[in-house]
Design a binder for this molecule. Structure first.
Ligand SMILES: Nc1ncnc2c1ncn2[C@@H]1O[C@H](COP(=O)(O)OP(=O)(O)OP(=O)(O)O)[C@@H](O)[C@H]1O
Length: 308
């Protein structure tokens, strides 16, 4: 059964003004988004800053009121109207381990917090659980008594992961989990998250602006632009056969790693540049918004205008 199903999700934030502070307009942060995530997969949500990725993740987590739509977790509808129920099966890891861990709390209190909210453990049981969680993320039991500033960035992200897995969730939403880390540490943390996924049967919603990271991590990818999807497909479809000009631009901007493909990539880049200059606006409606997605294979959907 599908683990997460998001149907026609809209999250609009009111813009207020005038002397009566009335709602005069709205920021359409998420504007009609549909996607499904299967158990065990890593689903990437990609787009530039402001495209609505974080707002989508927070809506699924129940951290935002929603304006419209339905969010299903398995066969359970999570939202009643605009309020989304918080589930312990869904946890979120944030971008910046420096600011998402309370600097005044010791690691034991940080990791035990969700346990204290949901489970009634004795002090000894709690200590044992925290020790096991620390071991699972590759940290020693002594870490328990330390404060976040005593750890490196990569270690802090591991503490965040230990807290996120404390309640044995099924789905983890990761919002730019490695963007704040040194490049040398990023691969280490990503590989560790992949290992953990296999070990604990986790499903990931992986939010990122970095396509090379997403390529490494994800099975399927949704590309967002301005609150809407422009394309969705398997990682192979998105990277080998991008259809929307916005996706093509993102893919063309990835630096060459393999010198064998350099000529091919330069040709692709030139082609995309030309298409961008000549036909960019054909890909959007008169308000500059993406069209409805249409399937071109069983797994690949693209926001292209009606032709003919
Ligand atoms: N609480 C809020 N109130 C008003 N506007 C908001 C709020 N949260 C987000 N927005 C706006 O919604 C839009 C989408 O923001 P969002 O953070 O979801 O984008 P993003 O793709 O995750 O970008 P980033 O990677 O920079 O976080 C932006 O225009 C943002 O300013």
């Amino acid at each position: 059964m599908t683990l997460l199903k998001v149907e026609d999700l809209k999250v609009h934030f009111p813009i207020r003004g005038g002397i009566l502070n009335r709602k005069i307009d709205a920021i359409r942060a998420v504007d009609g988004v549909n996607f499904e995530i299967e158990p065990g997969e890593t689903y990437g949500l990609v787009g530039e800053s402001g495209s609505g990725k974080t707002t989508t993740g927070k809506a699924v987590m129940g951290l935002n009121n929603i304006t419209n739509g339905e969010i299903y977790f398995g066969d359970e509808l999570l939202n009643k109207g605009n309020k989304v129920n918080i589930r312990k099966d869904i946890q979120m890891i944030f971008q910046d381990p420096y600011s998402s861990l309370n600097p005044r709390k010791r690691v034991i209190d940080i990791i035990a917090e969700p346990l204290r909210n949901y489970e009634n453990l004795s002090k000894d049981e709690e200590k044992k659980r925290v020790k096991d969680l620390l071991e699972k993320v590759g940290l020693t039991a002594e870490s328990m008594l330390k404060y976040p500033h005593e750890f490196s960035g990569g270690q802090r992200q591991r503490i965040g992961v230990a807290r996120a897995i404390a309640l044995e969730p099924k789905l983890i939403i990761m919002d730019e989990p490695v963007s704040a880390l040194d490049v040398s540490v990023q691969a280490q943390v990503l590989n560790f998250m992949q290992d953990l996924q296999k070990e604990l049967n986790l499903t990931y919603l992986f939010i990122s602006h970095d396509l090379s990271v997403v390529k490494h991590m994800c099975d399927r990818i949704g590309i967002m632009y301005n609150g809407r999807y422009v394309e969705e497909g398997t990682t192979k479809e998105i990277f080998n056969d991008p259809q929307h000009i916005y996706t093509k631009r993102l893919v063309a901007a990835i630096p060459d790693i393999d010198p064998k493909n350099r000529k091919e990539n330069t040709n692709f880049r030139e082609q995309v540049k030309e298409e961008y200059t000549n036909s960019y606006y054909d890909y959007f409606d008169e308000d500059g918004l993406a069209y409805q997605l249409k399937p071109i294979t069983d797994t690949h959907r693209v926001a292209l205008p009606e032709r003919g």
